[in-house]
Write a protein that binds this ligand. Structure first.
Ligand SMILES: [Zn+2]
Length: 101
């Protein structure tokens, strides 16, 4: 089993959800954006939330959604900066702007 859990520097799922809203300070937003450059898991997670917004009531109990789990496992499994699978999951007309490492 691939170990792809977040590390201590990763923003929480709640922070990533708030990142998709306006309830986040400029400073927090910049911190999270710079984190995305070095953490493709969080970048993929935030991208997922953007396309599949979670309802506010569920934020307290948020867990990694199953499709995201599979996606992250696949991404971290081949490590080839290949976002074609992500693009497929998100819809073929979407163009991602994730930064390649
Ligand atoms: Zn992270």
């Amino acid at each position: 089993m691939i170990n792809f859990c977040k590390n201590a520097n990763c923003p929480s799922a709640q922070d990533l959800l708030r990142f998709q809203t306006t309830e986040i300070s400029q400073r927090e937003r910049r911190n999270i954006e710079s984190h995305f450059a070095e953490c493709e898991f969080c970048a993929a997670e935030a991208e997922f939330y953007k396309h599949y917004p979670q309802s506010e009531e569920k934020i307290e109990a948020v867990e990694i959604p199953k499709p995201l789990y599979e996606l992250a496992k696949a991404l971290l499994g081949n490590r080839r900066n290949d976002f074609s699978m992500l693009n497929r999951l998100l819809g073929e007309n979407e163009t991602l702007t994730l930064e390649k490492v």
